[in-house]
Design a protein around this ligand. Structure first.
Ligand SMILES: *[C@@H]1O[C@H](CO)[C@@H](O)[C@H](O)[C@H]1NC(C)=O
Length: 407
């Protein structure tokens, strides 16, 4: 009797901890709640350690994640897996075995807010292995340096150096890759790096080999507006809560974490902020770039006057297209490769992606906009966790199918 009572109490406590009211329409809400409970536990443990001065929260988080998730490079029947350097950057390579013909090639950047994660994690290892096998393609999963040890533009520069090296005839030949069939891809912060690299390389006249495609999975593309309709609608939807995103941005751009409330108030892009000119504002003006069914009744949050405290360095980074690819000129966008952009309805970053779709289209780039009405941030990469969802599987299959048809 006592055991049963204790069991019931424990279960209720666990249910209370896990339970979150979610918007109706989220795919398999209980699974998302479980995933979120795991994330929240990690985040809270790291916050506690940070507050106690034991270590930086990101370091502890990364230790936790690598302890649970990182695996050795292990080949299987179909795919040869090794760790190498690409442009001096650690990279895990997935090469399909057998076949004489040249393979297609993908450079992949993992997500994790420019601060967390690794291509050596089980989830990314599984994703890239599947891509290598299903597409009969060579996949390069790049471990760019992470915040807080590295800050912008280090992550971008690592992504660029790795891509540059991959596009060299020497490396393509070494891995038997077809120079005409190359894609740059990534999810979340990795989608940010993929978009930025695609822009940078498209404008480089000296390159003979270029990417044929860019595939961006729920990318983060701007930090000037934390009140897009999707930021407003999904601010309390797991796993990427609105304040997390402001914190990730500040870490990436080397800003002080005390500026988080200022960013969340949109005080950094107030109308009296001369560093953000009218042209820049128009490039993320969702009142014109988003269709009405996404804008709904949400109102823009535009401050007349902001608050002091922003350094020139931070303002320069916030408006740098290498950090915020959505802010690129149309002329630059027009040179970037054919695109695939995945977005999820229950994701604060939905509108970053949807506005990029619209701006690429306006620039004349063929774009496939793949939107998931029941999707949430992270769903594709967590598709293979035991608790993971139907929308994860669907989005993963569609992503691979798009690559197969277009690469
Ligand atoms: C944002 O700016 C307004 C003035 O426009 C100020 O009253 C407010 O305190 C600022 N908020 C933050 C979080 O800095």
């Amino acid at each position: 009797m006592r055991f049963r009572l204790a069991g019931a109490v424990l279960l209720s406590v666990a249910a209370y901890y896990v339970y979150l009211p979610l918007p109706s329409g989220v795919c398999e809400p209980w699974k998302l709640m479980l995933l979120d409970a795991v994330f929240r536990t990690f985040m809270q443990a790291s916050d506690a350690a940070h507050a106690l001065g034991l270590c930086h929260r990101v370091h502890l988080l990364n230790h936790l994640v690598s302890w649970v998730e990182e695996i050795e490079a292990r080949s299987c029947d179909a795919v040869h897996v090794t760790d190498c350097k690409l442009g001096g950057v650690s990279t895990r390579v997935f090469q399909p075995k057998g076949g004489e013909k040249l393979k297609r090639g993908v450079v992949y950047f993992h997500g994790g807010g420019w601060a967390l994660g690794s291509g050596r994690m089980r989830s990314y290892d599984r994703l890239c292995r599947k891509m290598a096998e299903d597409l009969d393609a060579v996949i390069m999963s790049v471990d760019y340096r992470l915040a807080p040890d590295a800050v912008f533009p280090d992550q971008f520069n690592d992504a660029l150096a790795a891509s540059w090296d991959f596009l060299s005839l020497e490396v393509l030949e070494r891995y038997g890759v077809d120079p005409e069939r190359l894609c740059v891809s990534g999810d979340s912060a990795g989608g940010n790096l993929a978009a930025a690299v695609a822009q940078e390389l498209s404008s480089d006249e000296s390159l003979t080999v270029k990417f044929k495609l860019q595939a961006l999975i729920y990318p983060v593309l701007q930090a000037l507006d934390f009140h897009t309709p999707s930021y407003q609608q999904n601010q309390a939807v797991p796993i990427l809560y609105r304040p997390y995103m402001a914190r990730f941005w500040l870490q990436y751009l080397g800003g002080d974490s005390s500026l988080e409330p200022l960013l969340l108030a949109n005080n950094h892009s107030s109308l009296d902020e001369v560093a953000v000119d009218a042209e820049t504002r128009s490039r993320l003006d969702w009142t014109t770039l988003l269709p009405s069914e996404r804008r709904k009744d949400y109102k823009p949050v535009v401050k007349e006057t902001g608050s002091p405290g922003l350094t020139d360095e931070l303002l320069a980074a916030l408006t740098d297209v290498r950090a915020a690819p959505l802010l690129a000129e149309q002329r630059i966008l027009g040179r970037t490769p054919k695109a695939y952009v995945m977005t999820c309805e229950f994701d604060v970053l939905r509108d970053d992606g949807l506005m990029y779709v619209r701006r690429l289209q306006d620039a004349g780039v063929p774009v496939t906009s793949d939107h998931y009405e029941d999707g949430f941030h992270g769903c594709m990469v967590f598709a293979s966790l035991p608790m993971m969802s139907d929308v994860g599987q669907r989005s993963l299959n569609n992503y691979i199918q798009w690559l197969d048809r277009n690469l």
